[in-house]
Design a protein around this ligand. Structure first.
Ligand code: NDP
Length: 384
């Protein structure tokens, strides 16, 4: 049976892994919409290969380039924020939400409002919108499947069990490329070093988030919204080998863990085939070669991001959206070479101290908080 799919963020790292899997089962999938921000050549190439109905760029100024690249193909081209939302609202069996950052929120909400099934990679959208997004999922009868490897692991470990029986959900963290660095050395970390993750091949923003541990902080908040066990039953441990992707401990003392290679194709395949399974090209786990699995407590002195995320999750309201927005701005500034690595968490904390909006009640409110928090973070960086 053919299934229809749209991929928001098709030209990114998660988008590429998703399309690789679709390529391996080409006859199963009918591709409806593929989107990017401004990678017009790449998007057009993918749209033609996968015979998409429509290709969309978020940045409207790139639409001319997309049209040129698609000339003669018969594939519709569109650009701009509204076009992204319209494309995401086209009915499909599965939407892969893989835009990076809060920019993915409105299109993801458009897919949710169709009552569809959404494979959610775009954690920043859920962190920012939290209750607004989960309420929309419930209201529209949508289904969220977690793509993030940790949440996908937890999702798998929870199958067939009652949430009331959960004692702990443990998110594992690789610790990133700077896990063993001293505080002084962290001050000298460069963008090139930060994006060179030891285990995972990912986009630049999430790679920096992994290096600051903000990725785990965002995932902590993401887990809070996805799995209703309460904040006091969520914890983080560092597991440098990234083989156990997360664990659920039950009240009888049983711990279920999901293990696999550090390759996003595994959790993406789990979402594509859900509730069944599909083949992936990933090598089977070779545990004797891996040898040992080790665990550490996170060091929140060197990496304060998980503390900030925990505080923000407890505070609720608009705080998670502020944390996310400030982090996006600070990471962009670090990647551009303007902000030292250790200032990223400082900018986030100072923005949180300056701006405490009340709980957003709809998408418009979330986007307004996001805008204001970015403005505040930018001002902080200018006046530092
Ligand atoms: P990439 O940076 O590799 O790709 C981002 C995608 O989003 C690209 O298609 C990009 O288009 C598009 N995009 C960027 N900005 C905008 C915008 N303003 N409007 C519309 N589209 C935009 O990111 P990743 O694939 O690494 O990550 C995507 C999401 O998945 C993130 O939320 C990340 O946290 C999450 N995730 C990623 C994992 C990974 O292994 N990479 C693992 C788990 C979660 P263009 O090419 O034109 O810039």
């Amino acid at each position: 049976m053919t299934r229809s799919i749209s991929i928001l963020g098709a030209t990114g790292s998660v988008g590429a892994s998703t399309l690789d899997l679709i390529r391996s089962e080409r006859e199963t999938w009918r591709v409806v919409a593929l989107t990017a921000n401004c990678s017009t050549e790449e998007l057009a190439k993918l749209a033609m290969e996968f015979e998409a109905e429509i290709a969309v760029v978020g940045d409207e100024s790139c639409l001319g380039g997309l049209r040129d690249a698609l000339a003669g193909s018969g594939i519709e081209a569109a650009g701009g924020a509204q076009a992204l939302r319209d494309a995401a609202a086209r009915p499909v069996d599965l939407t892969v939400a893989a835009i990076v950052g809060c920019a993915g929120l409105a299109p993801t909400m458009a897919a949710i409002e169709q009552g569809g099934t959404i494979a959610l990679a775009n954690k920043e959208a859920l962190v920012s919108a939290g209750d607004v997004m989960t309420a929309a999922v419930a209201r529209h009868g949508a289904t969220l499947l977690p793509v993030d490897s940790e949440h996908n692991a937890i999702f798998q470990c929870l199958q067939g069990n009652a949430v009331e029986d959960v004692r702990w959900i443990t998110l594992t963290a690789s610790g990133g490329p700077f896990r063993t660095w001293t505080r002084e050395k962290l001050d000298t970390a460069t963008p090139g070093q930060a994006v060179a993750h030891p285990n995972w091949d990912m986009g630049a923003k999430i790679s920096v988030d992994s290096a600051t541990m903000m990725n785990k902080g965002l995932e902590f908040i993401e887990a809070y919204y996805l799995f209703p066990v309460g904040l006091d039953r969520l914890r983080i441990i560092v597991h440098p080998q990234s083989i156990i992707h997360s664990m659920v401990e039950y009240r009888d003392g049983s711990t279920l863990a999901q293990l696999g290679p550090s390759d996003m194709k595994v959790p993406i395949a789990s979402c594509l085939a859900w509730p069944k399974r599909m083949d992936t090209p990933c090598e089977p786990l070779d545990l004797p070669t891996i040898g040992s699995l080790t665990f550490e407590t996170p060091d929140e002195t060197r990496f304060p991001a998980t503390r900030l995320a925990r505080e923000v999750a407890h505070a609720g309201g608009g705080a998670p959206a502020v944390l996310n927005a400030a982090n996006e701005v600070a990471v962009a500034s670090f990647l551009a070479g303007h902000l030292p690595f250790t200032r990223i968490a400082v900018v986030v904390e100072e923005t949180l101290n300056r701006y405490s909006p009340s709980a957003p009640s709809g998408l418009g409110d979330v986007l307004a908080v996001d805008r204001e928090a970015r403005e505040q973070a930018l001002q902080l960086m200018e006046h530092a």
